[in-house]
Design a binder for this molecule. Structure first.
Ligand SMILES: Nc1ncnc2c1ncn2[C@@H]1O[C@H](COP(=O)(O)OP(=O)(O)OP(=O)(O)O)[C@@H](O)[C@H]1O
Ligand SMILES: [Mg+2]
Length: 222
């Protein structure tokens, strides 16, 4: 269970402060899948960065199992990210000098959580097992994004954060990759927060929030 309470975040640009998030509240139940939509610049990535402990809020808290991760020391933040978080970026962010297989093993090895049969199964489910000895640049966009999904799940994180994971894909691949992401998070019992511009994709989540005027509003999927 993750509980975000009264979270606020502003950025300073010279002398000027811009508030991006103000008094944001959100509860993510175990295994829950949450979609966040919102205009460009509304603060979606900022919220994901805070959830990933990559940045600190100005005020408010993010409690994970009753622990406020915003108060973690740098060492605790690192450990939390390595163990508990998997991130899928819009632009894949694969390590180009490592093969597909090495890219996927990397977070699991870093976390001393290397489970080869599990990783091979993950690749099979994503339909990229046959590409595992290739370099990422030899794959199509859709294939690279599937590798990125495998990498995000490789260390069995409890929270997967996906920031417009299908933003660089065509409609057909976008649907396929999103389906796989939802399906895998469900079968691995991970919580998922997915940022998307697609209303269709947002409807696949358990809850859909829209970020505007610095805060989240629950949308009804009708
Ligand atoms: N490190 C930073 N320093 C200063 N301003 C920032 C920083 N990161 C983000 N911002 C500003 O905060 C606002 C929200 O940015 P954010 O990246 O969270 O938006 P977003 O909703 O993810 O947008 P997009 O859909 O375009 O990815 C923007 O106005 C952006 O310029
Ligand atoms: Mg963004």
């Amino acid at each position: 269970m993750i509980k975000i309470e009264a979270l606020s975040k502003s950025y300073q640009d010279g002398k000027q402060f811009t508030t991006v998030l103000e008094n944001v509240n959100l509860t993510i139940a175990p295994k829950q899948q949450i979609a966040i939509t919102g205009e460009s610049g509304s603060g979606k990535s900022t919220l994901l960065h805070l959830l990933a402990c990559l940045d600190n809020p100005d005020s408010g808290s993010i409690k994970v199992h009753e622990q406020n991760i915003c108060l973690f020391s740098p060492r605790q933040r690192d450990a939390y990210r390595k163990k508990s978080i998997g991130i899928v970026f819009q632009k894949f962010n694969l390590i180009e000098c490592l093969s597909v297989w090495e890219n996927i093993c990397f977070p699991a090895r870093l976390n001393q959580n290397f489970d080869e049969p599990y990783l091979l199964d993950l690749l099979e489910q994503l339909g990229i097992a046959k590409h595992r000895h290739k370099m990422p640049t030899a794959l199509s966009g859709g294939e690279q994004q599937r590798v990125a999904i495998a990498r995000a799940l490789a260390h069995k994180p409890e929270l997967v954060l996906a920031d417009e994971p299908t933003g660089n894909l065509d409609d057909k691949n976008s649907g396929k990759v999103a389906d796989l992401l939802f399906m895998l998070c469900r079968s691995h019992q991970a919580m998922l927060v997915i940022v998307t511009h697609s209303a269709k994709l947002a409807k696949q989540a358990h809850l859909h929030y829209h970020l505007s005027n610095k805060t989240l509003k629950l949308q009804t999927n009708d």
